[in-house]
Ligand binder design. Structure first.
Ligand code: CP
Length: 344
């Protein structure tokens, strides 16, 4: 294992392609050799402010496979609700303040991982990612992002899967397509999808129904810059046939239109027109024999058809498995004292 020098894993913006690639090399090694004691005597608090199946299971099992201990907390459910505003009169639901929560947990555990989805009221507030930033500010141990407005662990699993199937990924066409869902969902996985594919030099196409569904400018600019750095292309399309044409990897996700953020009824009036964005066999037939994936969970015959989900080219379950291996590699890199070249 080659040690990288980051304290936290909050996003991948400041991680180089080489550093991220090293995590993927380590992840592939762990896939073949899953058990070791590199997190022996290390403990972790996993805080879920939102539901999870894959993230919760893969983190808890992964830490156990490396000899560590994980405690799962659901603030507001099985743990006290947390206040994140400073100077507020705490006469609402929250029983304690982030300052005490972060400080106390830092005395118990070696790392804190957080899932904190946006509130879906005001994007200008949500886009600041204040919950995880507050943990990073007030905790004295490393902070791991289990999905906020980005999903960096999913990024690792996605790129591990893409590389497995495409080999050299540079200049291969990565299609990040919006797909239908009855609710306006988080943009995190889409932000992450265009970030990691562009960082690895893929030609990235973002397909969405209309300009209203274009992602936040921060992630568009990040992807454009990554592509410019790699000499690859970044394209925004509203044309389904053109976007799918010759794609090498199709990644689907639904998300809410940012201009209607906090107004789900108005957003629905837009969204309901776009049910035909569901991924189906005809769309996949336009590609360069592409693999298809989705971060899961996925509503069948809403986001993608049964035929797509059951096809050999669907690698969504493999990507979900890779969460386990990639997260273990990330945790070993952040929490172990292994020096470059030493066997983990
Ligand atoms: N992809 C993902 O994060 O799955 P969960 O929401 O089940 O954790």
């Amino acid at each position: 294992m080659h040690k990288v020098s980051h304290k936290n894993f909050i996003n991948t913006e400041n991680w180089s392609q080489a550093e991220l690639n090293q995590l993927l090399v380590d992840a592939n090694r762990l896939k073949n050799d899953p058990h070791n004691q590199s997190l022996k005597n290390k403990s972790f608090a996993l805080l879920f402010l939102n539901p999870s199946m894959r993230t919760r299971t893969s983190f808890e099992i992964g830490i156990q496979q490396l000899g560590g201990v994980a405690v799962i907390l659901q603030p507001g459910k099985d743990a006290w609700g947390i206040e994140f505003e400073n100077g507020t009169v705490m006469d609402g639901e929250a029983e304690e303040h982030i300052k005490e929560v972060a400080a106390v947990l830092s005395t118990y555990v070696d790392g804190i991982a957080i899932r904190a989805f946006p509130k879906f009221i005001d994007w200008q507030i949500d886009k600041q990612d204040l919950v995880i930033k507050a943990f990073a500010k007030y905790a004295t141990v490393p902070i791991i992002n289990m999905e906020t407005i980005v999903h960096p662990c999913q990024e690792l699993a996605l790129m591990m899967t893409v590389k497995k199937h495409l080999g050299e990924v540079k200049y291969k066409k990565f299609l990040m397509t919006w797909t239908y869902h009855p609710k306006p969902l988080n943009t995190a996985v889409a932000n992450s999808g265009i970030s990691i594919s562009s960082k690895f030099g893929m030609d990235v196409t973002l397909l969405c129904p209309s300009p209203d569904y274009i992602l936040d400018e921060k992630y568009i600019e990040l992807a454009k810059q990554n592509c410019a750095d790699n000499g690859s292309t970044f394209t925004i399309s509203h044309d389904i046939e053109e976007a799918y044409k010759d794609a090498d990897f199709v990644y689907a996700k639904s998300w809410g239109a940012l201009p209607f953020y906090g107004n789900p009824k108005e957003e629905w009036e837009q969204r309901r027109k776009y049910q035909h964005f569901m991924v189906d066999q005809h769309k996949m037939s336009l590609t360069n024999q592409a693999k298809f994936s989705h971060c899961l969970p996925l509503r069948r015959n809403i986001k993608a058809t049964d035929a797509v989900m059951d096809a050999d080219y669907c690698v969504a379950v493999e990507e979900a498995e890779n969460r386990l291996h990639a997260q273990k590699a990330m945790l070993m890199n952040i929490f172990c004292e292994v020096k470059s070249g030493e066997k983990s």
